[in-house]
Design a protein around this ligand. Sequence first.
Ligand code: UGA
Length: 437
Amino acid sequence: MRISVVGCGYLGAVHAVGMAELGHEVVGVDVDESKIALLNSGEAPFYEPGLPELLKDALATGRLSFTTDISAVKGAAVHFVAVGTPQRKGSNAADLTYVDAAVDALAPHLSAGDIVVGKSTVPVGTAARLAERVTASAPGAVLAWNPEFLREGLAVQDTLSPDRLVYGVPSGETGVAAASALDKIYAVALAKKTPRIITDYATAELVKVSANAFLATKISFINAMAEVCEATGADVTQLADAIGHDARIGRRFLNAGLGFGGGCLPKDIRAFMARADELGVDQALSFLSDVDDINLRRRTRMVELAREVCGGELAGKRIAVLGLAFKPNSDDVRDSPALDVATQLMREGAVVVATDPEAIETSRRLVPDLTLVPTPEEAAKGADAVLLLTEWQQYRELDPRALGYIVSTKAILDGRNCLAPAEWRSAGWTYRALGRP
Ligand code: UGA
């Protein structure tokens, strides 16, 4: 099928490449010229494992191209909207400027029978509003909402083999037409018996935000248990293993530590609360405010732990920060717990030297005065404390003995509960973690 993808960020770029890989003819559109130039030259504008290879392959087939010219969408039958919905400045609500602008930009180029497919995460009610806009400006065009559940770091796999497909479509014939176009696009996944749920706009929009709200709640639940563990000498990692054996609970997303960050979970739970407030059901989601607070408290707790191991005073202390991305296998530092802790430590007067395998440049853009070095060894040189804040595989594998020769004081703070405490302690380190004795 001929497809356009409007917005070529973490979501749109991967979607465009993935759809071309599935055999479709795809044009990706973005207003950012440098991003488009990079994509056209076969370079991914962000770090995502597997994407550069797939991008080069797809460009070579001639089925994929990128442009800043929105009129290039003409002739495509399906138009995906994959632009960002960041948190609005000074409010919890989502900023829908980019979604509205994308739909308005598309409208003049649509023909009757074209399908506009929303992928961005939006407050419930947005699709209904946009559907009116689409039909008013392009009679005969249809809007569908098809939320995306990809995880950064696994985005290629999640795009090519999603665990479910959700179509929010209008009732009647137009809805049937939209669903059958989406079926053609996702034919490969459907042939593999991927579950598909066809529903209304509101349910499709809510599936997305409630899934993220549930994941955030699961993480904050175990982090709340970590707080109780800290007060009682219990071990939250063993607790998670034990409760996780109950299939009804499950062990996944029960990793206690510095908590969640990134461009999705934090802003999505806030936007969800803001929308619930507008709908008069704020009480139903008031627990999400605790989920947010528990999450942010873990960052403060990490700063306090650092102060403790530094003898009660952070000013002038040299602190090595290993990991800045919001999670491993990503260069994304949007609302990153690690970068937040590094910044808080700097504010307290600590001399922070930070590193990350992929997120040096993205961190520099957000926090230009943070000292950044390429390797953990350089970061650890003369350190009074080493903080592991993003669990990259290479940091999990650090040798405590070798690192012991580099630091000034052997104190390690495991912000992601990903190291073996006994190994570090037997190498003479003070090992501290969140929710662990
Ligand atoms: C999340 C969802 O998992 C995706 O399903 C969704 O499509 C995406 O948001 C989105 O809305 O676009 P992502 O932001 O890539 O994906 O990251 P996650 O893997 O969910 O991790 C989020 C944060 O939670 C990370 O900071 C991670 O370190 C933290 N986390 C995760 C924990 O602290 N503990 C865990 O057990 C799991």
